[in-house]
Design a protein. Structure first.
Length: 171
């Protein structure tokens, strides 16, 4: 929760008219990793970031991918295989020994339902809340990078097949 509060504090302090943002979210981990699924990092176009998606070993590459997401306004999914012993894979020797998948999406500060705003209500509750981050979609109105939570900005179940809706509800 501290990470989300830190991201919100940074988000609230920036000049949204002049700074481009991206949100990196760990969406899958296989094996060992410094951070787990759901870890987030807010990235500004000047390379400043808040939060984290690893122990510091993949953030540099994520900054480059974030620039692509900001300029194209399209999400990027990237996989870091830190189980590979070859140092040249990312350029540093990593101690994670896992495969980390990260979604990096542009944050539209003009959209009141952007991922950062959708995370805001989580900081004021002490109850467990389901967070759904869309990683891929071909459904109108449901975009990769969108975030939905229980009771706040609820997922539009009527737009997806009953099978998908049931899987989401059972999670």
């Amino acid at each position: 929760m501290k990470e989300i509060k830190d991201i919100l504090k940074t988000y609230d302090a920036i000049d949204k008219g002049t700074i481009n943002l991206a949100l990196a979210t760990v969406i899958d981990v296989k094996g060992s990793s410094y951070r787990r699924t759901g870890a987030r990092m807010l990235i500004q176009d000047d390379g400043t970031w808040t939060g984290g998606i690893s122990g510091g070993c993949i953030e540099g590459d994520a900054l480059k991918k974030a620039h692509l997401a900001m300029t194209s306004r399209k999400p990027v999914i990237t996989t870091y295989d830190t189980s590979n012993k070859a140092e040249e894979q990312i350029g540093v020797s990593l101690g994670c020994n896992g495969v980390i998948q990260v979604l990096i999406s542009h944050v539209d500060t003009n959209d009141s339902h952007n991922p950062i705003e959708c995370l805001r209500p989580l900081t004021s509750t002490r109850k467990e809340v389901m967070v759904i981050t869309v990683i891929d979609s071909n459904i109108s109105g449901i975009l990769a990078g969108n975030v939905y939570t229980d009771g706040q900005n609820e997922f539009p179940y009527e737009k997806v097949s009953p099978e998908i809706a049931n899987k989401i509800k059972q999670t």
